[in-house]
Design a protein. Structure first.
Length: 415
């Protein structure tokens, strides 16, 4: 887990800068799947027979499908009452998503950032954490009452494609295959504050132990993270992405992964692009290099509005991995900046990616080119130190004239 620390002069509020950090890797463990993978590779590490190594490890639980925190099963996190902590979390899973919430109202949770990008409306009060494979989130947590709060799972994954059932060893317990049956993910143990002189903590007989509330804040952003929702899109034929799996494998728009020189579409550096994501309730969309902004979300015919889901995923939020449980379609936008070459996208369920649900875009132009309109949207946004205005003129048109453009997959003619 790589933690990026903000510079000392970054314009975060002091209260956020001073929060003790708690790093958490939520690890989805699917021992039956690991057993199958080991069997195919010839490994005997997970040979589960009576008296063999599997039974040596189950002194804590006999579950074989579970969610760990920093490789611990149902750990206890100790926090001082009335004190803000910054939970820095990542969801590590090849298959599953995570939806958890607190068992009581003793703690306050304020979402600060997702996928490493601060919200434009931070802090945002949340009651439910929703994280797909690879998602990251920073949440400010404060508990004012001494006692315990359990973080419990409330949903396992979304409406994702489920591969054919695997043959389980005979000694696997009946609860294998569903971590929602896990009693809890972790417990927050809240103790008396160690420093009663802390100016931010008040001990009041009527209110108990409380600290100052977080005020709304925004940060100075790099120019590739300005709000793109009001920008005119030049492309009159934006790409639509549909992830699908069937008995033969997985694909993007009915075409499985081809090779490193095959791509879906060409994009010019210095442009703003929009992509429509279909089937986004089933498959988490992930793209490399350029983060994207949620432009709009349309619920499916059978999708129901859910306040907790709508609060976690808001139009205008930036992501690099996105899955909306009840959506029919969603539109995302991103600035194509700085780097030429092939830009990978894929479903962030590893088994789907491995079976062919993966593709790439080709980014053309002069290396270092960025979108010139960013400063019109946000005059305070930060440009790269190497930026010069003459790089905003791309050579995309000349390259397109030479090669031709297609919105379907084709071979790169540059050999």
């Amino acid at each position: 887990m790589l933690i990026i620390e903000e510079p000392d002069d970054y314009n975060l509020p002091d209260i956020v800068k001073d929060m003790p950090q708690v790093e958490m890797i939520f690890q989805h463990i699917d021992l039956p799947r690991l057993h199958t993978a080991a069997k195919h590779s010839g490994s005997k590490l997970t040979t589960w027979v009576e008296g063999d190594n599997f039974h040596i490890t189950n002194t804590t639980t006999d579950r074989t499908y579970l969610l760990l925190v920093n490789m611990q099963y149902m750990p206890v996190v100790t926090m001082e009452a009335g004190k803000w902590y910054r939970w820095r979390m990542v969801m590590s899973s090849a298959v599953e998503s995570m939806v958890i919430r607190a068992s009581n109202n003793n703690c306050q949770f304020q979402l600060l950032s997702k996928d490493g990008i601060f919200l434009t409306d931070a802090p945002r009060e949340v009651n439910t954490f929703i994280m797909t494979p690879g998602n990251r989130a920073d949440i400010a947590v404060r508990c004012d009452a001494v006692g315990t709060t359990r973080m419990i799972p409330v949903a396992q994954g979304f409406n994702r494609f489920v591969p054919p059932p695997m043959q389980m060893p005979e000694d696997i317990p009946e609860n294998a295959g569903d971590y929602v049956d896990q009693p809890e993910i972790m417990t927050i143990k809240v103790v008396e504050p160690s420093n009663d002189d802390d100016d931010d903590i008040v001990d009041d007989d009527d209110k108990g132990i409380v600290s100052v509330d977080l005020e709304p804040f925004d940060v100075v952003r790099p120019c590739y993270l300005v709000d793109l929702r009001g920008v005119d899109i030049v492309d009159d034929d934006p790409l639509s992405i549909n992830f699908r799996c069937n008995s033969e494998g997985c694909n993007v728009n009915d075409i499985p992964w081809q090779d490193k020189d095959t791509y879906m579409k060409e994009y010019p550096l210095g442009s703003i692009q929009e992509i429509e994501l279909a089937n986004v309730g089933f498959h988490p969309y992930h793209q490399h290099v350029n983060p994207f902004q949620i432009h709009s979300i349309v619920l499916g015919d059978d999708g129901e509005e859910n306040d907790e889901v709508m609060n976690w995923y808001k139009e205008g939020d930036f992501h690099d991995t996105f899955q909306y449980p009840t959506a029919g379609t969603a539109k995302i936008r991103f600035a194509v900046n700085s780097f030429t070459g092939h830009m990978v996208m894929h479903c962030h369920i590893l088994t789907h990616e491995d079976r062919g649900m993966m593709a790439q875009y080709n980014l053309l132009g002069e290396e270092g080119t960025i979108w010139e309109g960013s400063r019109d949207v946000d005059p305070t946004c930060i440009l790269p130190s190497s930026y010069t205005s003459n790089k905003a003129v791309t050579k995309f048109e000349e390259e397109i004239e030479e090669e031709g453009v297609s919105s379907i997959w084709r071979k790169d003619k540059k050999q």
